[in-house]
Design a protein around this ligand. Structure first.
Ligand code: 48F
Length: 257
């Protein structure tokens, strides 16, 4: 039978829109498909939550593909090795307590397992705003990234979510929009975003887990976004904290009700 181009087109449109329609109301909307967002999504989906990941870029993985300075190896400390083991990602001990893994194997494996667990990735979609009711964030405002990039004057669409995870990394984009537009106090010392501090791997990796919290009603922070929110330092190309933070965010949400 000859291939029909219109059938190919129909298949894509039909399947994609079904997927999108099915995720207009989710238990958890994860903003950012970097390591923290992907790990959180995996554990949430495994626990039976309906999870959508919105990722601005065409590719998921955030800052993990490039290891450190585009040298595509990542380092994790011993506390995080069990997560890589659980995903079946191969590691090798570099020095006592330091393990390395191939960055490409790490991202692709975690993403594959998050998707197979049931999380759905919507790539090329940027979260530009939130929906708030009675002081609680109950949804997200989304647009195609090319619309944002080209500055086209096109209104966005919105989705509803029981909880949102800001896993947008250094830029804490969800929190920034909340701070700018909403009368919602953040769960920080000042009620405002405290901002990221300069690099200190040891301290940063420790505080990342503590900083992984509900930061305002309906919104959790994970990964680098958690440190940036609470005034913690950056950690550089050690990824254990990102993985453990994603897991912690998922556990907090799973145990929240
Ligand atoms: O930056 P990113 O990898 O965040 P992470 O999971 O991990 C941080 C590490 O990569 C590294 C580090 C520690 O080792 O310091 O930087 O905390 O991934 C964040 C993802 O969020 C996407 C962005 O494209 C990236 O892939 N993102 C950011 N803002 C938005 C967004 C937005 N408004 N809408 C959708 N996606």
């Amino acid at each position: 039978m000859p291939l029909n181009e219109v059938t190919i087109t129909r298949a894509i449109i039909d399947r994609f829109f079904r997927k999108l329609m099915d995720h207009l109301e989710v238990d958890v909307a994860v903003v950012g498909g970097g390591p923290a967002g992907l790990v959180a999504s995996y554990f949430l989906a495994k626990a039976g939550k309906k999870v959508a990941i919105f990722e601005r870029k065409l590719s998921i993985g955030g800052g993990m593909w490039g290891g450190g300075m585009m040298f595509n190896e990542i380092v994790v400390q011993k506390e995080a090795k069990p997560i890589l083991d659980m995903f079946g990602i191969r590691t090798s001990e570099y020095k006592k307590g330091y393990y390395t893994a191939d960055a490409i194997e790490s991202v692709s494996t975690i993403c594959s397992q998050a998707v197979r667990a049931g999380a759905v990735v919507f790539n090329c979609i940027t979260v530009e705003d939130v929906v708030i009711r009675e002081g609680r964030i109950v949804g997200l405002v989304i647009t195609w990234s090319p619309v944002e990039m080209t500055g086209l004057h096109v209104d966005p669409l919105s989705i509803r979510a029981g909880n949102v995870i800001d896993a947008t990394g250094h830029d804490t984009e969800v929190l920034r929009v909340i701070e700018r537009k909403a009368d919602v106090r953040l769960n920080t010392e000042t009620g405002k975003l405290l901002g990221e501090r300069s690099l200190w791997a040891e301290k940063a990796e420790k505080v990342t887990i503590d900083n992984t919290r509900e930061i305002c009603p309906g919104v959790y922070v994970a990964g680098m976004s958690a440190n940036a929110a609470f005034g913690g330092p950056r950690m550089g190309p050690i990824f254990g904290g990102m993985l453990l933070s994603g897991k912690r965010a998922a556990e907090l949400i799973i145990n929240s009700k």
